[in-house]
Structure formats: C-alpha cells, structure tokens
Write a protein that binds this ligand. Structure first.
Ligand code: BMA
Length: 329
C-alpha cells in the first residue's frame, strides 16, 4: 500500500466496498445524496461543501444557497460523517477587517494545518468581484476572518495541509467575471510565509482534452503519500447545452507540487445519476473535500451534485494512484 503521510486514523469514516461489477476507480455511496435543502432552514440548495476530521468526530463548512440565491457558508457537526447537524444561521466572523467586506461565500474548502482549521472560499460583494477569501477557526464555534489571498478574479483556492520548503502553499484558478473562455482556466501555485502575502505564482496545470477541455480547478485538500501529493480536481467540458463538470486525479511531486507527475486522461467521476444530471445546474459533479483513513487508505469524496445536493463517493489511495499512473495524459 502507498503510505499516507501525516494522515489520521479514521476508523469511523463513511465507507462502502466497491459494488460488484464496478470497474471504475471511484464508486458512489448507495444512499446518495447525503445532504439537501432539507438540512438547512430556508435553503434552496446545499452543495459544494467541505468536511474534516475533528477529534473522533467530523466538522464541516457547507455551501447553502438561500431562496434568494445568496450563497452563504454554514458550519455543522457529525459523529459519523454521514448524518449532519448543520447550523441554520450562516457563519458570522468574530472580527471585521477594514476594507475586506464579506457579503457572500461559496465553494468552501477546509484545511487543517498544525491543529488550526483554515477555510478558503470564493468570496465577494455586490461591488467586489469574486476572489479567494480566508478565515480560520480552532473549534468550529468562533471563526476569524483573514485577508483575502488574491485580487479578483479568482476561484477554487486549495491550501496544502503543511508548509512545503517552509512556505504555505495554495493552488487557485485565476478567472474572469464569468465562466471563462474555453481552454483558459488553469490551476496556479502561490506560496506565502504568513498566509497574508501570497506570491511566486507558477502555472501548474492547464486544461487538456475531453472532460477537462474548457477549464480545470482544484478540489479537496491534496492527500500526501510517499508517491506524491494525490490531488482530486475538477475539469469542465463545454457542450452545445452548457458546461459539464467532472472530477479527475493527479499526482504531484512532494517537494515541488508545481510538478505534475501524472494526471488522468479519463475522468474518475462524471455526472451520471439523476441527482447529478438534474438540479439547479445540470451535469455537475464538484468535489471539494475528501476524508482519508491513513491505516487503510480508504477515501470518501464529498462532492456537490448539480449545484443542488451533496453526494459521497469512495475510492482508496492505492486504487487512485494506480489508476492515475496507468491512465495518465
Ligand atoms: C463553478 C462554481 C461552482 C459550481 C459550478 C457549476 O463556476 O460556481 O460553485 O458548482 O460552477 O455550476
């Protein structure tokens, strides 16, 4: 088994074995979707959400689009990663930072670094276009707003769970006010000594063919293994009927994650089931977090489906590494 580095034992994380007859690297939870508008009062939809281990339980930050379609971030807790108690009230920060307004937030990623939980999301106001917002919490009760990482327009901020070469590392996807132009949405690397000033920006990964032709963007916090950083990301394909969102996997050099060692030619998860193909935005699977049990290598991927609900899918570190190496671009 590939060794998971700096991982946690998660004996109680959600899991189902690969169903008989399935020849794909990732398989869905049979009871999907696990979360919907019913889990937050006044919600239109609950999707693209992020969960992390917390003691022997789980905590998360959830994207809820209200019924006026303002997207907001909510926190929640769970004992098993499947059944969640989500606050009806959106997260309010303990502090305000002059000049860094916060009016809406979506697509949160939560990343634990040295016992502190950082939340990175797409932030903005009516006047200030989308970029990467940041906050931290130590207990999922009190949240502290931080400086935005970048200038607009930027989306899909993904932090690495430890410093690399003594610097914090973030991937992001610079964009435009809309949905970009085909072939122009790439993933970039940035580093910071202090989580406030980000620089040394480097190109990591450009769109490629097929399911990742239009644009690519980060997904869950990358998983460190002795074979490299295992990164699940999303890719977008433009069709005559709009954009379709898929998930793929890549393996990056452990000491220099700008080096992409392998990257899947085929998607690992596609919009297929009815809750992925029908909803507010049809044909979307959008992975934003993953639990990984260091002992067994089991992975549970939490993904938004059709911008409406949260789905869960499973794989293992070995399965994904093997598939990514054997089916690399
Ligand atoms: C992206 C983001 C995601 C969304 C996806 C599909 O640009 O807005 O929140 O899931 O589009 O609509």
């Amino acid at each position: 088994m590939a060794k998971v580095i700096n991982g946690k034992s998660l004996p109680n994380m959600p899991w189902q074995d690969r169903p008989e007859g399935c020849d794909e690297p990732v398989w869905r939870y049979s009871e999907n979707p696990i979360l919907s508008y019913k889990d937050i009062k006044g919600a239109n939809s609950l999707f693209n959400s992020s969960v992390v281990p917390y003691g022997d339980e789980y905590r998360g930050v959830f994207r809820c689009d209200r019924r006026d379609f303002l997207p907001l971030l909510h926190t929640g807790k769970s004992k098993d990663g499947l059944h969640w108690e989500i606050n009806d009230e959106p997260i309010k920060f303990e502090n305000t930072i002059e000049g860094v307004p916060y009016e809406y937030g979506y697509d949160p990623r939560v990343c634990e670094i040295d016992g502190r939980y950082y939340i990175i999301w797409c932030t903005g106001t009516k006047n200030w276009d989308p970029t990467i917002g940041m906050a931290y919490t130590d207990d999922f009760e009190k949240f502290y707003h931080m400086e935005n990482a970048f200038l607009p327009y930027n989306r899909n901020g993904v932090l690495f769970p430890r410093k690399i070469n003594d610097k914090y590392v973030m991937f992001s996807r610079p964009s435009d006010p809309g949905h970009g132009t085909p072939g122009n949405g790439s993933i970039y690397y940035s580093e910071s000594p202090d989580m406030t000033y980000w620089g040394k920006h480097r190109l990591v990964m450009e769109p490629a063919g097929g399911w990742q032709r239009y644009k690519v963007g980060g997904g869950p916090t990358p998983i460190e293994t002795d074979e490299g950083w295992l990164m699940i990301y999303h890719g977008v394909r433009g069709t005559c009927n709009g954009l379709c969102y898929y998930a793929g996997a890549a393996i990056l050099d452990r000491d220099d994650p700008t080096k992409v060692l392998y990257r899947t030619k085929y998607y690992i998860l596609n919009p297929r089931e009815i809750y992925e193909t029908a909803g507010d935005v049809p044909n979307v699977v959008f992975p934003v977090s993953a639990l990984c049990d260091a002992d067994t290598g089991r992975i549970a991927i939490y993904y938004g489906a059709a911008d409406t609900v949260v789905g869960l899918a499973f794989t293992t570190v070995d399965e994904l590494i093997k598939y990514t190496k054997e089916n690399s671009l």
